[in-house]
Ligand binder design. Structure first.
Ligand code: FES
Ligand SMILES: [Fe+2]
Length: 380
């Protein structure tokens, strides 16, 4: 997996000024970078290697809190089929407003509860023979029998609602209680922040490759053609969390404007990035494995109102939406790399590459054995 990483890597690294000086040696493209051209044309190749050939370490899905849906789109009484973590799930909201995530297949004769199942009060009724199941996965009614089947049990996943998402806890061991919590952020709770249209992608590589790209500031210049790149002040790995702090000069028509990009990660599935300087913007960043090949990536943005009143709101939206458009364009450029890259366990690094190995050591913590759907992921 990541056994090649020396154990003595410090948990956090000091300010890295070399990134600034090193990246400023790279010339800025006059027009588009080669990857910008490929992303715009949309005809880049996709590798024919298997995911195991490309990402040998990816033999387990990481345990984490994973967003599954924007809560406001899941109505009371609604039942949905969702495929994540190489398993079919049923997502439903009961009459009391509580959301549930469970394995989709009925322990009776295997119907998919999400395809034709219905909510009755706080129970989910199977479409096939109408057995009822409660939010803990217990059988509570068989309409043609006096007794319930007390041995039957559906796997359920602990579920919370945070920052507008329904989130579920996944661990290969179903008895493992959640190991951390995800906080509600002030930007979600306050009216001062306006939601902007979310953006989402299906990316053809594991979450770890996307996350590793976060503190890779050199690529902002070489892939995205940025004239200036942030300076990493610190990146701390603290238990299940990580914290990245950086400063940046944003390019504006009035010249460079000082600002910051800071990010807090809450395990592999969810992080919060904050941009400040031009207009305060926060984005909630979601990465959830769909299967061994692909990852669902979603970014939900909120921007701080520039002031009271409708005009200020319109202006905030315009500026925020321009920033979001730019970040989405960058994602399409990154995807050309993600669709074709491999994981190099022994990367050849330069001084200014940033804390790749520290990140990998942190990421390796989240892979635990024992998931039945991961059988066959370990080559002999
Ligand atoms: S398969 Fe679900 S009730 Fe029979
Ligand atoms: Fe990027």
């Amino acid at each position: 997996m990541t056994a090649d990483i020396p154990a003595d890597i410090p948990a956090d690294i000091p300010a890295n000024k070399r990134v600034e000086s090193a990246s400023s040696k790279i010339r800025t493209f006059e027009g588009e970078t080669p990857l910008q051209v490929m992303a715009r044309q949309g005809d880049a190749e996709q590798t024919s290697m298997t995911s195991l050939e490309r990402f040998g370490y990816y033999t387990a899905f990481p345990f984490a809190w994973y967003p599954i849906v924007l809560g406001e789109t899941l109505h009371v009484g609604e039942v949905r089929s969702v495929r994540l973590l190489a398993r079919d799930l049923v997502l439903w909201r009961d009459a009391q407003g509580e959301a549930h995530v469970m394995d989709a297949y009925c322990p009776h004769l295997g119907a998919n509860l999400a395809i034709g199942g219905r909510v009755e009060g706080c129970h989910l009724v199977c479409p096939y023979h109408w057995w009822s199941w409660d939010g803990d996965g217990r059988n509570v009614d068989i309409p043609y029998s006096d007794r319930v089947n007390s041995k039957a049990r559906i796997r359920t996943y602990p579920t919370i609602e945070r920052n507008g998402f329904v989130m579920f806890w996944f661990h290969p061991d179903p008895s493992q209680e959640p190991l951390w919590d995800v906080p509600d952020c002030s930007e979600y709770l306050s009216d001062e922040w306006i939601p902007v249209e979310p953006a989402e992608w299906v990316v053809r590589c594991p979450w770890q490759e996307l996350a590793e790209n976060g503190p890779d500031y050199i690529h902002l210049r070489t892939v995205h053609g940025a004239a200036t790149v942030p300076v990493l002040e610190s990146l701390e790995f603290d238990g299940w969390f990580n914290r990245l702090r950086s400063r940046v000069d944003f390019d504006t028509p009035r010249g460079p404007t000082p600002g910051r990009i800071d990010s807090d990660g809450y395990g592999p599935g969810f992080s919060v990035a904050r941009f400040s300087g031009i207009i305060d913007t926060v984005f909630f960043n979601v990465t959830v494995p769909i299967d061994w090949e692909t990852t669902w990536s979603m970014k939900v943005y909120r921007i701080r109102r520039l002031g009271p009143g409708e005009e200020a709101e319109l202006k905030s939206r315009r500026v925020g939406e321009a920033l979001v458009r730019d970040l989405c364009k960058q994602m399409s450029e990154d995807n050309v790399i993600f669709d074709n890259k491999i994981h190099n366990p022994n990367p050849a690094l330069a001084d200014a590459d940033g804390p790749i190995l520290q990140f990998r050591k942190w990421a390796a913590k989240f892979y635990a054995p024992g998931d039945p759907v991961a059988q066959g992921r370990n080559p002999p």
